[in-house]
Design a protein around this ligand. Structure first.
Ligand code: SAM
Length: 439
């Protein structure tokens, strides 16, 4: 075998079940001093038998990340193995019905540690694949691989996974995730394969986002400078969930006009997708969008106009500047809202932030739900991987007590199927989503 082997210690060997995808240095029996950041190594049992091939890094909180537990994969060239796994992930997305823009690869969720790939279809038919290499091993293997990505999409085309020919694909390597620093990697400018991009490039593109009703929304978004890889693809299924429940409730009440408050709106995904959906069902909609990022808000306003919807964006720091109680100030309007969406950034970025982050969620949710009209809906999310769903639910219930509002849980959302979960990697389970109706 082409890889160096290291035996597990007896305890780790016993616990090394099918779900286990992460090992620490302590899980290995011998010295690991010769392992360099990003090395591919094999973990064996005490008899030297193969248990897993993985990527190692002694500078990371996770020393060994499993790439495969199938010994026959070790006979493949490593780049062929990565291509094989990416194509499997691609097939799964199509089997789940994903169209247009979606997350193609979700790191450990697809047994491709540290690799994120987002598939964005543009209005002109081209496809941008935005790639994040967040661990040493992936960075070392894929950072300069134009041919790898080109032949990947050629294979995808041959296998009918895409109708778009390879020359219509653009590959961006984004090296700006803070996760890279935790792995000992540098933050670097985004690269369009073969070309380093600078901040003056015109990076704004229009992407297509499909809903479960098959309607395709257009969003102007910055795929190079924008947050994450440009768009929060992870909320798509939660938007679908809210659309259905909200519409049914409005139709029961025979309501034909609604107001939406979209807190932490980013590019206006919620306002535009829910607002557009309601308009298609003859319900007129007006949105108030708020975000601390002036760039995001600018695009959100453009997106609202592009969708021909009514509303306005306000550049607000909602953690510092959130009116504590009714009645509303000018931009909030005189009336309450039929739907309030509260989708903040992660407040619990590490375990040590749990107490302070939980207080921040409590305060924010208390304030936000005060803006919901009686019998209106409150949609609230947390993208903190270190806060579990039951604790988040408890916090929102406490917030309802503090806000003096009675809430009924209507539906639970969460992570969509293009962000698959692995029970052995709880760090990948980050998105919680709850929908309430307020009495
Ligand atoms: C999880 S994203 C929201 C995603 C968005 N709702 C969507 O579905 O596309 C969090 C957003 O919060 C914004 N943000 C971060 N800190 C903020 C603050 N203190 N006040 C207001 N917005 C903030 C970011 O600019 C980002 O757009």
């Amino acid at each position: 075998m082409q890889y160096k082997s290291y035996p597990l210690d007896a305890e780790a060997e016993k616990k090394f079940g099918p779900q286990k995808v992460i090992l620490t240095e302590k899980d290995f029996a011998g010295s690991l001093k010769s392992v360099l950041p990003g090395d591919l190594i094999v973990a064996t049992n005490s008899k030297g038998q193969f248990r897993a091939l993985g990527m190692a890094n002694r500078d990371s909180q996770f020393f060994f990340r499993v790439l495969t537990k199938d010994i026959s994969d070790c006979e493949l060239d490593i780049l062929d193995l990565l291509q094989k796994k990416i194509l499997i992930a691609w097939k799964k997305r199509l089997a789940h019905g994903f169209k247009n823009s979606f997350r193609l690869v979700f790191a450990e969720g697809d047994s491709l540690p540290g690799l994120i790939m987002d598939h964005y279809v543009l209005v002109d038919g081209r496809v941008f694949i935005s790639i994040q290499l967040n661990i040493y091993g992936m960075d070392r293997l894929l950072k300069d691989r134009s041919l790898f990505f080109k032949s990947l999409v050629e294979k995808a085309f041959q296998e009918n996974l895409t109708q778009v020919p390879a020359d219509q694909f653009i590959f961006l390597i984004r090296k700006d995730s803070p996760r890279r620093i935790r792995e000992g990697l540098n933050i670097e400018p985004t690269v369009q394969l073969g070309k380093v991009l600078n901040s003056t490039e015109n990076t704004v593109q229009q992407i297509l986002i499909s809903g479960s009703d098959n309607f395709v929304d257009r969003f102007t978004c910055d795929l190079i400078q924008g947050q994450k890889t440009g768009f929060f693809l992870d909320q798509a299924a939660n938007v679908d969930l809210v659309q259905g429940h909200f519409l049914r409730s409005l139709q029961e009440k025979e309501k034909t006009k609604v107001r939406i408050l979209d807190l932490f709106c980013h590019l206006g995904q919620w306002s535009i997708r829910v607002g557009g959906f309601l308009e298609r069902h003859q319900i007129s909609c007006n949105s108030v969008m708020m975000d601390a990022s002036a760039d995001a808000l600018n695009l959100a306003q453009q997106n609202l106009d592009l969708a021909n919807l009514k509303g306005q964006g306000f550049n607000r720091d909602l953690l510092k500047n959130f009116p504590a109680k009714e009645p509303a100030g000018s931009e909030w309007g005189a009336e309450l809202f039929d739907l309030v969406i509260c989708d903040p950034p992660a407040f619990v970025k590490s375990k040590k932030d749990l107490a302070a982050g939980s207080r921040a969620y409590l305060k924010l949710n208390t304030q936000a739900m005060r803006w919901v009209t009686p019998s209106g809906f409150f949609a609230t999310a947390s993208c903190s991987g270190n806060l579990n769903e039951s604790d988040f639910l408890t916090l929102v219930k406490r917030a309802s007590g503090q806000a003096g509002r009675k809430i009924n849980l209507v539906a639970k959302g969460g992570q969509p199927k293009d962000h698959p979960l692995v029970s052995g990697f709880t760090q990948g389970q980050y998105l919680k989503f709850l929908l309430f109706q307020i009495e």
